[in-house]
Design a protein around this ligand. Structure first.
Ligand code: 5GP
Length: 117
């Protein structure tokens, strides 16, 4: 398991040092609204443990990865995304990853196009 040495932006948000709208919190994951939303509803589901990116995940992380998706589904339901929502993980620079702490984007509230840019 590769983890970052210094505390990440999302760890600071988790610890309350940087404000964010918290949508969910448990011992393994939390969800916040994205500061720069790309859809009417855009939130991030983040593991408490600062796994850098999906590429670093191991077999032992299977439960955690599943948990992130179940939290995504739960919060999407709570926010009324009953017409659909999109789940995105940007892995690596070319995919658009800017924060090296795994996070699942959930976007909804408007029709989505395919393929994504
Ligand atoms: P990435 O580009 O790594 O896939 O996604 C990082 C996301 O984090 C971006 O959508 C960006 O808007 C969001 N983000 C960056 N800084 C902050 C912040 O301070 N607060 C919140 N709530 N979101 C942030």
């Amino acid at each position: 398991m590769a983890e970052t040495d210094e505390r990440t932006l999302f760890q600071k948000i988790h610890d309350g040092e940087i404000p964010a709208e918290m949508l969910h919190r448990d011992d393994r994951a939390f969800a916040i609204r994205d500061i720069n939303p790309q859809a009417p509803t855009h939130f991030l589901v983040i593991p408490v443990r600062p796994l850098a990116r999906l590429e670093e995940a191991e077999e032992a992380d299977a439960d955690l990865l599943g948990h992130l998706l179940l939290v995504a589904r739960k919060v999407a339901g709570e926010l009324g995304l009953d017409k659909g929502f999109r789940v995105v993980i940007n892995n690596g620079r070319e995919a658009g990853e800017t924060v090296p702490h795994l996070h699942v984007h959930v976007l909804g509230g408007r029709p989505m196009t395919w393929p994504p840019g």
